[in-house]
Design a protein around this ligand. Structure first.
Ligand code: CP3
Length: 340
């Protein structure tokens, strides 16, 4: 059994299990090779044998304990009928969506047909994955998805999206409920197709004002956890990036099994103030992995020291960056494996 699943079942081990967010992607030459054969990024996400291939690539190179499904958080807006494309250098672009036209502008019609190749990729991956490795599925959290969908792209402050949310809180809450349902359905299908765990990426949770955190971040997360829990006890990892002391509420009230911590979270503080049985994940700075060398080694040891006595998964505070040198990943994995 995978060390990651053993940890979720309560068997803590040292060294900790290890995987990295965005472990499949542009830092790998073999990924860039496959990517070149597809016209668009979504062609890769929706071609099961290719999505399976790039999911497994990082495990062929590095001794990770888990694979993460190769897909994207923006397949949900795509499956709900919003146009999504990816531009080299600009990131995702979504067709304009105004909160005032919701719910007319989106629909569940064709949702599962559109996402069927994702579930097919999961079955394929499971048929090829060693029993000693786990497969992690994922989705974007409603708040983060809502920001992209209303802004039409990623940017520094999501001003257009937040303006709409503030001006019509009632409809924005309905929009978040709708997205919570879409996310839950997508996660449940992933579980049925064979993922061992799921992660909820709330990458822009730190953009939510404190006054609205309960309503816009915590409540949708609780809804999703409750819906997934109705059909499965699959471990759920929450990644509410940048929320600072709101981690106290998120960690104790969201219902997630594990909490992925960004690089700015002081581990000792988190460990002292969060439920003792809550599994942690993270929080190595992705730029330290780019930087490498002794400072990387010292930080790995420091993280391990601060996580002592609590179950944790070694990971980054955010995704691997495309410029990460592969020898640094190699060294990092080796140093983690040497921890006592
Ligand atoms: O972790 C993994 O290896 C699995 C694959 C994965 C991707 N995106 C592949 C991808 C996962 C888990 C994601 C999640 C995702 N996607 C998030 C949440 C986590 C995070 O990174 O913050 C977000 C916000 C997105 C939206 C998204 N997709 C953006 C902002 C971009 C462009 C960023 C960039 O680096 O260009 C994408 C495209 C994307 N998703 C790429 C990959 C490998 C790069 C596109 C390409 O290869 O052509």
């Amino acid at each position: 059994m995978s060390k990651l699943l053993e940890l979720f079942q309560g068997r803590t081990s040292s060294p900790p299990p290890l995987w990295f967010m965005r472990q499949a992607g542009r830092h790998l030459p073999e990924y860039r090779q496959v990517r070149k054969t597809c016209k668009t990024f979504f062609d890769l996400c929706y071609t099961p044998h290719l999505a399976a291939q790039v999911t497994l690539q990082p495990l062929e190179r590095f001794d990770y304990d888990a694979a993460i499904l190769f897909s994207d958080i923006l397949v949900i807006p795509d499956a709900l009928g919003q146009k999504v494309s990816f531009e080299e250098g600009t990131g995702p672009l979504l067709s304009p969506l105004s909160l005032s036209t919701f719910p007319k502008s989106l629909s569940f019609e064709g949702f599962f047909e559109k996402l069927a190749p994702v579930y097919e990729a999961i079955s394929l991956i499971r048929s090829k994955l060693s029993p000693s490795k786990a497969l992690i599925g994922f989705a974007g959290a409603p708040w983060t998805l809502a920001l992209y969908m209303l802004e039409g792209r990623g940017n520094r402050d999501f001003a257009k999206a937040k303006h709409q949310a503030f001006q019509d809180e009632e409809n924005f809450s309905k929009f978040l409920d709708f997205l919570s349902e879409a996310v839950s359905l997508h996660l449940i299908e992933q579980v049925k197709a064979g993922v061992h765990s799921v992660q909820l990426f709330d990458t822009w949770a730190g953009h939510c004002p404190a006054t609205h955190f309960q309503k816009w971040v915590l409540k949708p997360t609780q809804k999703i956890v409750a819906m997934v829990r109705k059909i499965s006890d699959v471990p759920i990892i929450g990644f509410p990036k940048g929320i600072g002391s709101h981690l106290l509420d998120y960690g104790s009230q969201s219902g997630v099994s594990a909490l992925s911590l960004d690089a700015s979270t002081p581990l000792t503080w988190a460990s002292e103030n969060l439920p003792k049985d809550l599994i942690f994940q993270g929080n190595l700075d992705p730029l330290l992995l780019v930087s490498g060398g002794n400072p990387l080694k010292k930080t790995i040891e420091s993280i391990h020291g601060q996580m002592k006595g609590r179950p944790y998964i070694f990971n980054l505070g955010h995704g691997i960056l495309p410029q990460t040198p592969l020898p640094h990943i190699e060294a990092c994995v080796k140093w983690v494996r040497e921890l006592k």
